[in-house]
Write a protein that binds this ligand. Structure first.
Ligand code: UGA
Length: 429
């Protein structure tokens, strides 16, 4: 099939590359000339393990362009994979989606299926269909389908090629048949056909459920601290129950990233807009905001403020395996630490350059963990990079002025740290 993909972020590019891997002829469209030029040279604009290798492997079937006209006019299928960032009121900003829709309407010259892959509020696909039909320049038949994505950053290729499910929200046979052909290569992946609104809801309900699960375990972790239980054991004990499952029960300083924070707020907004209330999601959002400050609260018993102290920070990104800083706990905590006039030293294996762009002057960026810890009065762990997980009490004891370690990801071995001379605190243990 001849496929065009609008947007070359995580959703668009990974989708395009994986569809090419399964035999489709794919053109990726973006407005950013610089990005397109880099992709033509085989360089991925996002940090995603395995992506460049797959771009290279499928280079005969993958094309990149800023010229949307040439990409859309004779495509069988056009995927929309542009961002839907959060607006100030918590709702999803659909400007980029609708801009692509207008471009498609003015361009297409043959019957095709337009597939919304971006995460969009329930009912958006209907609006996309109306917008297309009202603005078509040429007499063609267009079907609109919803096909949400479930990939996570860092495992995006595996999550797409071996997806947990492919959800196709369709209202007509053309859309269903065309998408079945596009996805024919994804043999071992369950396919669920629904109507468009259900498909749109599946995406939000899935992400918000995972966010809720994290906020739930974080709240239980906070209670574990008070009553003397250990959240690691509690989560393990819960996880054996297949009805609960053992994933996304890892307590810490809260979820970040470009999806959970945005999608919980967007669904909450949609509910209140329709005079409904999502009490569970509201609670998940509130708990997460408080959780992000949990380490800082713990630190206050050691230092009421950080004036004149050296603070070491390990990990800046919202999770390991990505250079993405969006909604990362580091972004909430570091400005508060800086306001105290602390000297902040930070390390992150891939997120450092992005962080430097936001905070160019106030932070000393270090090349190694040892350099970061040297002479520090306290250490905050915000991301569980493998290099951080591998640290032993000795690493902190030999470098820090005062070995106070606050582990926001429960990534260090509790027993060895607790029995060492390190003053060690984590979440719910
Ligand atoms: C998430 C979902 O996992 C994907 O299924 C979804 O497709 C994607 O959003 C999206 O909508 O695009 P992602 O944001 O890449 O993927 O990251 P996750 O691995 O889900 O982690 C999100 C946050 O939750 C991270 O900050 C992570 O540290 C935190 N988390 C995760 C926990 O605190 N505890 C856990 O047990 C799991």
């Amino acid at each position: 099939m001849k496929v065009a993909v609008a947007g070359t972020g995580y959703v668009g590019l990974v989708t395009g590359v994986c569809l090419a891997e399964n035999g489709n002829e794919v053109t990726c469209v973006d407005i950013d000339e610089n990005k397109i030029a880099r992709m033509e040279q085989g360089i991925s604009p996002i940090y995603e393990p395995g992506l460049e290798e797959l771009m290279h492997k499928n280079k005969e079937r993958l094309h990149y362009t800023t010229d949307y006209q040439s990409a859309y006019e004779d495509a069988d299928v056009i995927f929309i994979g542009v961002g839907t960032p959060e607006k100030k009121d918590g709702s999803a900003n659909l400007t980029y989606v609708y801009r692509v829709v207008e471009q498609i309407a003015e361009t297409v010259r043959k019957d095709c299926v337009v597939v919304v892959k971006s995460t969009v509020p329930i009912g958006t696909n209907d609006k996309v269909e109306n917008l297309l039909k009202n603005n078509l320049k040429h007499p063609v038949n267009i079907s609109v389908a919803s096909n949400p994505e479930f990939l996570a950053q860092g495992t995006a290729i595996r999550d797409t090629l071996h997806a947990s499910r492919i959800v196709l929200g369709v209202e007509d046979k053309l859309a269903e048949d065309t998408l079945r052909t596009v996805y024919a290569g994804f043999k071992d992946v369950p396919l669920l056909i629904t109507n468009r609104k259900s498909a749109e809801m599946i995406k939000y309900a899935s992400n918000d459920f995972l966010a809720l699960k994290i906020s739930y375990i974080n709240e239980i972790a906070n209670l574990c601290e008070i009553v003397g239980a250990n959240i690691d054991d509690v989560a393990k004990g819960m996880g054996y129950d297949a009805r609960i499952g053992d994933r996304f029960l890892h307590a810490g300083i809260g979820y970040g990233g470009s999806c959970f924070p945005k999608d919980t707020k967007a669904l909450n907004w949609l509910a209140s807009y329709n005079d409904a209330e999502l009490k569970t999601i509201k609670a998940a959002i509130e708990i997460n905001e408080q959780q992000k400050l949990k380490l800082l609260k713990k630190s206050r018993k050691y230092y009421p403020d950080f004036t004149g102290l050296t603070v070491a920070v390990l990990g800046l990104t919202f999770k390991p395996g990505t250079d993405d800083l969006r909604e990362a706990p580091s972004l909430v905590n570091i400005p508060i630490i800086l306001e105290d006039n602390a000297k902040v030293k930070a390390w992150d294996p891939v997120g450092q350059e992005n962080f430097r762009r936001k905070f160019p002057d106030d932070i000393t960026y270090c090349d190694s963990i040892a350099e970061t810890l040297k002479d520090a009065d306290i250490c905050f762990i915000f991301t569980e990079w493998p290099e951080v997980r591998a640290l032993t009490p000795e690493d902190f004891l030999t470098s820090m002025k005062k070995p106070i370690v606050l582990d926001g990801r429960n990534c260090l071995d509790y027993e060895s740290f607790h029995s060492s001379d390190v003053i060690y605190e984590s979440i719910g243990r």
